[in-house]
Design a protein around this ligand. Structure first.
Ligand code: SF4
Length: 78
């Protein structure tokens, strides 16, 4: 089983909603500030991160690939 880490640069999100459309179990636009939130992720001042396994990779890869400002990153964990 492969594992991946998603990293979201939330302050650079423009709130387009594409990630929520591609992977609604993981991404949701916040009603207050309009930016996307990585559901269940851990946040520091800038980045939100979440570990997933390969079962959840494809939909998040689609979210990553369709983000117009490239603020979603996915790295395989070794
Ligand atoms: S696709 Fe990118 S810019 Fe659009 S809401 Fe998601 S993270 Fe933000």
């Amino acid at each position: 089983m492969k594992f991946y880490k998603i990293t979201h640069d939330r302050p650079s999100c423009i709130g387009c909603g594409s990630c929520e459309y591609e992977a609604p179990k993981f991404w949701k636009l916040d009603e207050e500030d309009g930016l996307s939130t990585l559901i269940g992720g851990k946040s520091d001042e800038r980045y939100t991160t979440l570990e997933i396994d390969e079962m959840d990779y494809e939909e998040n890869k689609n979210a990553c690939d369709n983000c117009p400002v490239n603020v979603i990153r996915i790295d395989e964990m070794k």
